[in-house]
Design a protein. Structure first.
Length: 206
């Protein structure tokens, strides 16, 4: 396998803003670094599962079964809309700063689900990964190796995103700022939901 070439491809893709990056930055800013780091761990688990499930045939099934593709992306979009509604409700908390909407456990579970419900993440392994297996079939062992490489790179980038988002957390001590940023976060989540619905089989994850 061309692991170095694959790592470079993953790096370029992960540096492109996508659902994970937008959600993690907003979560760290509104809920703090602890929730952000828990979410990163959840995202890593979801990405690892993507690679394994793709090798087991889910990616190929998604390519040939539009109804399953649509079910996944609609579920993912619905989840992001739900997160947007929660963020907006959390902004309407009178004069006191809104209570955190997500604890670390919930942030971890949400991070994993966002990726498990993102069909583009599976198609990534179907379209991109085989280019670096030197013509060999993407078997379970190869998928796990490439998934681990992908997870390692993505996690490093996501931790940087969370650290940057968390820098704004203390600044949000002012209730008015908190409300404003939570509402902006809600709008970002709606944008992520739209990205799920606008996706097609030729696009990969972000």
């Amino acid at each position: 396998m061309d692991i170095l070439g694959f790592a470079l491809a993953v790096l370029l893709i992960e540096l492109t803003p996508g659902p994970n990056m937008a959600w993690l930055a907003g979560l760290a800013a509104t809920e703090g670094p602890r929730a952000g780091r828990a979410a990163v761990a959840g995202v890593a688990l979801g990405l690892l599962a993507n690679g394994i499930l793709a090798a087991l045939g889910l990616a190929a099934l998604l390519e040939t079964a539009p109804q399953l593709w649509n079910a996944l992306r609609y579920a993912g979009a619905a989840m992001m809309v739900w997160l947007a509604i929660e963020a907006w409700r959390g902004s309407a908390a009178g004069q006191e700063p809104a209570a955190p909407a997500q604890g670390p456990r919930r942030a971890f579970a949400t991070g994993a689900l966002i990726n498990l419900l993102n069909p583009k993440a599976y198609i990534f392994f179907l379209v991109v990964a085989p280019e670096f297996t030197r013509g060999a079939r993407l078997d379970l062992r190869s998928a796990i190796v490439l998934a681990l490489v992908s997870v390692a790179i993505a996690t490093l980038i996501h931790l940087v995103v969370v650290a940057a988002g968390a820098r704004a957390h203390d600044w949000l001590g002012d209730p008015r700022r908190t409300r404003t940023v939570r509402r902006l976060f809600a709008v970002v989540m709606l944008g992520v939901a739209f990205s799920f619905l606008a996706g097609d089989l030729g696009q990969t994850r972000g």
